[in-house]
Design a binder for this molecule. Structure first.
Ligand code: COI
Length: 356
């Protein structure tokens, strides 16, 4: 594949292609993969550091059948989004938070990782190279998927000798087929997503394969997704397959505390700050499944999901509904503040966005 090494000339290199929008139906984006023009790769050789990252035409990659990622799941991913503003400029949302989270996850998975600066620069370069795939204002976002993988060959169980950092992007709309309408969850009481001391708190690829069985069964029964409980007491809320959960009661919003089994979502963290600024009391603590019975509203958050209201939760055959299955007032308010910030419609006093 053709590749471009020098970021300094990136905007010149891509100015012709980037001037136009890709020719797709921007009104029917869901959360499916659409190949774009370029991807970014950077390698870390045995005993070395990540260096010489480059953009390449998007395409398949070559891996040894013995690669650490394929055999032992030594891999992490991240997810972040770029939005097009009304004036056409592009905004990234808190990319250094993803960089930091990848570094923490890499430590847990015995992998070297790019520096925060390398990560953020690579994200910027990849988005600029694929500018024509950033949806028009208000039509969705460009989902950015950084991967970190053990690409070197291993046979015995050990960290791989070589690593690859790769970023690809895809334009997306709503994650759930419900759009911004409320989703319906079922509490899983047999299968678990994470265990104390395990890897539930980092974004390793295996955490996501582990939820497919419960998620597929739930979807077959008509639910949107699964809500997991802690595996020790089978009593406290953890998270949904792809997002964090919040429970609203009066002016108080509670969410499970980060304690190693829950993914520290960047949208979760942002919503906590936004909610406090809006005057809510936010508690990060153990949230018992019984509290779902008393809640006024429940919502989930994630990069892909953004903020989605929950219309009902079914637990051991009993169904509780929220907000007449419409969008609750608190969910609506927080969704609106967060997305207006991400799209550059309100002043970014917290310095969360990065304009390209
Ligand atoms: C994200 O929200 O970015 C995620 O990584 C979840 C993924 C399952 C789509």
């Amino acid at each position: 594949p053709s590749s471009v090494r020098c970021h300094a000339t990136l905007s010149d290199t891509y100015s012709v292609e980037a001037a136009e929008l890709a020719d797709i139906d921007w009104d029917s984006l869901g959360f499916g993969f659409l190949p774009t023009d370029y991807m970014y790769t950077m390698k870390c050789p045995k005993g070395g550091n990540f260096s010489n990252g480059e953009l390449q035409r998007f395409g398949n990659i070559e891996l040894s059948p013995s690669a650490g990622i394929l055999n032992y799941g030594q891999g992490l991913f991240e997810g972040l989004k770029a939005y097009r503003k009304e004036d056409g400029h592009i905004l990234l949302f808190r990319p250094e938070e993803n960089a930091l989270r990848m570094r923490l996850g890499a430590e847990r998975m015995c992998m070297p990782s790019p520096t925060v600066e390398q990560f953020v620069e690579a994200v910027q370069a990849t988005v600029l190279a694929n500018k024509r795939w950033v949806p028009p204002f208000g039509k969705g976002s460009l989902y950015i998927r950084p991967l970190l993988m053990g690409s070197g060959a291993v046979l015995g169980l050990a960290p791989a000798p070589e690593y690859t950092f790769l970023i690809y992007v895809s334009p997306v709309g709503n994650y759930f087929k419900e759009g911004i309408a409320p989703i319906h969850l079922i509490v899983e009481h047999e299968l678990h997503r994470a265990t104390p001391g395990g890897t539930g708190g980092v974004k390793t690829i295996g955490n996501y394969a582990a939820v497919l069985k419960a998620q597929s069964a739930a979807k077959l029964k008509g639910y949107s997704d699964v809500l997991y409980l802690d595996c020790v007491h089978k009593k406290y809320l953890e998270e949904v397959s792809s997002c964090n959960i919040f429970v609203v009661k009066g002016n108080t919003i509670s969410t499970p505390a980060i304690k190693g089994t829950i993914l520290p979502g960047i949208t979760r963290k942002s919503i906590i700050d936004v909610a406090r600024k809006e005057g809510f009391q936010v508690e990060e603590r153990l949230v018992a499944v019984d509290e779902l019975l008393e809640a006024d509203e429940v919502f989930v958050t994630g990069t892909a999901v953004v903020l989605s209201p929950v219309g009902s939760i079914t637990y051991l055959g009993k169904r509780v509904s929220y907000g007449n299955e419409g969008v609750g007032g608190v969910s609506q308010e927080l969704y609106s503040v967060l997305t207006r910030l991400q799209m550059g419609l309100i002043e970014d006093t917290l310095n969360w966005t990065v304009e390209l």
